[in-house]
Design a protein around this ligand. Structure first.
Ligand code: SF4
Ligand code: SF4
Length: 180
Protein backbone atom coordinates (compact mmCIF):
# COMPACT_ATOMS: atom_id res chain seq x y z
CA UNK A 1 0.00 0.00 0.00
CA UNK A 2 1.16 3.58 -0.50
CA UNK A 3 2.84 5.25 2.49
CA UNK A 4 1.95 8.94 2.80
CA UNK A 5 5.42 9.75 4.05
CA UNK A 6 5.22 13.52 3.68
CA UNK A 7 2.16 13.65 5.94
CA UNK A 8 3.71 11.34 8.51
CA UNK A 9 6.92 13.36 8.45
CA UNK A 10 4.98 16.58 9.01
CA UNK A 11 3.04 15.05 11.90
CA UNK A 12 6.24 13.76 13.47
CA UNK A 13 7.82 17.23 13.49
CA UNK A 14 10.51 16.66 10.84
CA UNK A 15 9.41 19.78 9.00
CA UNK A 16 6.48 21.75 7.64
CA UNK A 17 4.76 21.58 4.27
CA UNK A 18 5.94 24.65 2.38
CA UNK A 19 3.93 26.61 -0.15
CA UNK A 20 5.68 24.53 -2.84
CA UNK A 21 4.11 21.43 -1.22
CA UNK A 22 7.50 20.00 -0.25
CA UNK A 23 8.40 19.13 3.31
CA UNK A 24 10.86 21.80 4.47
CA UNK A 25 13.27 21.50 7.37
CA UNK A 26 15.17 24.36 8.96
CA UNK A 27 18.38 22.32 8.76
CA UNK A 28 18.34 21.09 5.16
CA UNK A 29 15.52 22.83 3.32
CA UNK A 30 13.88 20.24 1.08
CA UNK A 31 16.95 18.58 -0.47
CA UNK A 32 16.97 15.25 1.36
CA UNK A 33 15.15 11.93 1.23
CA UNK A 34 12.38 10.78 3.50
CA UNK A 35 12.49 7.15 4.60
CA UNK A 36 10.44 5.18 7.08
CA UNK A 37 10.63 2.02 9.17
CA UNK A 38 7.33 0.24 9.64
CA UNK A 39 7.37 -1.64 12.93
CA UNK A 40 5.13 -2.57 15.86
CA UNK A 41 7.07 -0.86 18.65
CA UNK A 42 5.13 1.41 21.00
CA UNK A 43 6.82 4.78 20.56
CA UNK A 44 6.23 8.21 22.07
CA UNK A 45 5.07 10.45 19.21
CA UNK A 46 6.71 13.81 18.51
CA UNK A 47 4.62 16.82 17.62
CA UNK A 48 4.28 18.79 14.43
CA UNK A 49 6.57 21.78 14.03
CA UNK A 50 5.58 25.31 13.06
CA UNK A 51 5.40 26.72 9.52
CA UNK A 52 8.28 29.00 8.55
CA UNK A 53 7.30 30.13 5.05
CA UNK A 54 6.04 33.42 6.43
CA UNK A 55 5.25 35.98 3.72
CA UNK A 56 7.63 34.38 1.22
CA UNK A 57 6.10 33.23 -2.09
CA UNK A 58 9.22 32.77 -4.18
CA UNK A 59 8.26 29.24 -5.24
CA UNK A 60 4.81 30.34 -6.42
CA UNK A 61 6.21 33.27 -8.40
CA UNK A 62 9.09 31.27 -9.93
CA UNK A 63 7.15 28.22 -11.14
CA UNK A 64 7.48 28.35 -14.94
CA UNK A 65 4.02 26.85 -15.52
CA UNK A 66 2.00 28.44 -12.68
CA UNK A 67 1.48 24.94 -11.33
CA UNK A 68 1.34 26.07 -7.68
CA UNK A 69 -2.30 27.09 -7.83
CA UNK A 70 -2.59 27.98 -4.15
CA UNK A 71 -0.41 27.67 -1.09
CA UNK A 72 0.74 24.04 -0.66
CA UNK A 73 -1.25 22.88 -3.68
CA UNK A 74 0.43 21.85 -6.95
CA UNK A 75 -1.79 21.12 -9.94
CA UNK A 76 -0.08 18.02 -11.32
CA UNK A 77 -1.50 18.60 -14.79
CA UNK A 78 0.57 21.82 -14.99
CA UNK A 79 3.73 20.56 -13.27
CA UNK A 80 6.81 19.83 -15.39
CA UNK A 81 7.95 17.10 -13.00
CA UNK A 82 4.65 15.32 -13.39
CA UNK A 83 4.56 15.78 -17.16
CA UNK A 84 8.08 14.48 -17.74
CA UNK A 85 8.12 11.68 -15.17
CA UNK A 86 4.65 10.40 -14.32
CA UNK A 87 2.43 11.26 -17.29
CA UNK A 88 1.77 8.30 -19.59
CA UNK A 89 0.32 10.26 -22.52
CA UNK A 90 1.74 12.88 -24.85
CA UNK A 91 3.00 16.08 -23.19
CA UNK A 92 0.31 18.77 -23.64
CA UNK A 93 1.11 21.88 -25.68
CA UNK A 94 0.64 23.89 -22.48
CA UNK A 95 4.27 23.07 -21.63
CA UNK A 96 5.73 24.40 -24.87
CA UNK A 97 8.47 26.99 -24.22
CA UNK A 98 8.19 26.50 -20.47
CA UNK A 99 10.59 23.59 -19.99
CA UNK A 100 13.91 25.29 -20.72
CA UNK A 101 15.29 22.10 -22.37
CA UNK A 102 14.70 19.95 -19.28
CA UNK A 103 13.93 16.37 -20.25
CA UNK A 104 13.38 14.95 -16.77
CA UNK A 105 11.80 16.77 -13.87
CA UNK A 106 12.01 20.32 -12.56
CA UNK A 107 13.36 21.72 -9.31
CA UNK A 108 12.66 25.43 -9.72
CA UNK A 109 10.31 25.66 -6.74
CA UNK A 110 13.02 24.08 -4.59
CA UNK A 111 15.96 25.96 -6.08
CA UNK A 112 14.44 29.33 -5.20
CA UNK A 113 13.44 28.33 -1.66
CA UNK A 114 15.53 30.30 0.85
CA UNK A 115 15.59 27.32 3.20
CA UNK A 116 17.64 25.37 0.69
CA UNK A 117 20.57 27.69 1.44
CA UNK A 118 21.06 25.41 4.42
CA UNK A 119 21.26 22.17 2.45
CA UNK A 120 24.73 20.69 2.15
CA UNK A 121 26.13 18.74 -0.82
CA UNK A 122 25.85 14.98 -0.35
CA UNK A 123 28.88 12.78 0.10
CA UNK A 124 27.37 9.67 -1.48
CA UNK A 125 29.38 8.28 -4.37
CA UNK A 126 26.30 6.38 -5.52
CA UNK A 127 24.46 9.64 -6.21
CA UNK A 128 27.15 11.02 -8.48
CA UNK A 129 26.02 11.40 -12.09
CA UNK A 130 27.22 8.95 -14.71
CA UNK A 131 30.36 10.48 -16.25
CA UNK A 132 29.28 9.56 -19.78
CA UNK A 133 26.08 11.56 -19.34
CA UNK A 134 27.87 14.81 -18.67
CA UNK A 135 29.36 14.82 -22.16
CA UNK A 136 26.20 13.95 -24.09
CA UNK A 137 25.40 16.36 -26.90
CA UNK A 138 21.88 17.10 -28.17
CA UNK A 139 22.36 14.82 -31.18
CA UNK A 140 23.27 11.89 -28.95
CA UNK A 141 20.15 12.39 -26.84
CA UNK A 142 18.11 12.44 -30.03
CA UNK A 143 19.53 9.07 -31.04
CA UNK A 144 19.25 7.45 -27.63
CA UNK A 145 18.47 3.74 -27.91
CA UNK A 146 16.77 1.40 -25.47
CA UNK A 147 20.08 -0.43 -24.94
CA UNK A 148 21.96 2.74 -24.06
CA UNK A 149 19.12 3.97 -21.85
CA UNK A 150 19.14 0.69 -19.90
CA UNK A 151 22.89 0.89 -19.48
CA UNK A 152 23.31 4.51 -18.36
CA UNK A 153 20.20 4.69 -16.19
CA UNK A 154 20.56 1.22 -14.68
CA UNK A 155 20.61 2.57 -11.12
CA UNK A 156 18.91 5.89 -11.72
CA UNK A 157 15.44 7.27 -10.92
CA UNK A 158 15.27 8.26 -14.58
CA UNK A 159 14.11 4.68 -15.12
CA UNK A 160 10.77 5.79 -13.69
CA UNK A 161 9.78 7.51 -16.91
CA UNK A 162 11.08 4.55 -18.93
CA UNK A 163 12.83 4.75 -22.28
CA UNK A 164 9.60 5.66 -24.07
CA UNK A 165 8.90 8.49 -21.62
CA UNK A 166 12.36 10.01 -21.94
CA UNK A 167 12.18 9.74 -25.74
CA UNK A 168 8.80 11.48 -25.66
CA UNK A 169 10.26 14.29 -23.55
CA UNK A 170 13.26 14.74 -25.86
CA UNK A 171 11.03 14.75 -28.93
CA UNK A 172 8.71 17.30 -27.32
CA UNK A 173 11.63 19.64 -26.67
CA UNK A 174 12.89 19.13 -30.20
CA UNK A 175 9.49 19.87 -31.71
CA UNK A 176 9.11 22.97 -29.52
CA UNK A 177 12.45 24.40 -30.65
CA UNK A 178 11.68 23.64 -34.32
CA UNK A 179 8.39 25.54 -34.09
CA UNK A 180 10.19 28.63 -32.72
S1 SF4 B 1 8.43 21.22 -10.03
FE1 SF4 B 1 8.59 22.96 -11.47
S2 SF4 B 1 6.67 22.95 -12.60
FE2 SF4 B 1 6.34 21.66 -10.78
S3 SF4 B 1 5.50 23.06 -9.25
FE3 SF4 B 1 7.72 23.08 -8.95
S4 SF4 B 1 8.48 24.78 -10.20
FE4 SF4 B 1 6.40 24.33 -10.86
S1 SF4 C 1 10.08 29.39 -1.46
FE1 SF4 C 1 9.26 30.52 0.30
S2 SF4 C 1 7.05 30.11 0.26
FE2 SF4 C 1 8.03 28.58 -1.06
S3 SF4 C 1 8.36 26.81 0.27
FE3 SF4 C 1 10.23 28.04 0.34
S4 SF4 C 1 9.97 29.41 2.12
FE4 SF4 C 1 7.95 28.56 1.62
Amino acid sequence: APVLERSWARKSGIGWVGKNANLITRQSGSFYFLAEIICDLELMPDHATTDHCGTCRKCIDACPTNAIVSEKLVDGSKCISYATIELKDAIPDYFKDKMDDWMFGCDVCQDVCPWNRFSAPHQQGKFKPNEALKNFKKGEWRELTQELFSEIFRKSPVKRTKFTGLKRNIEFLEASSERD
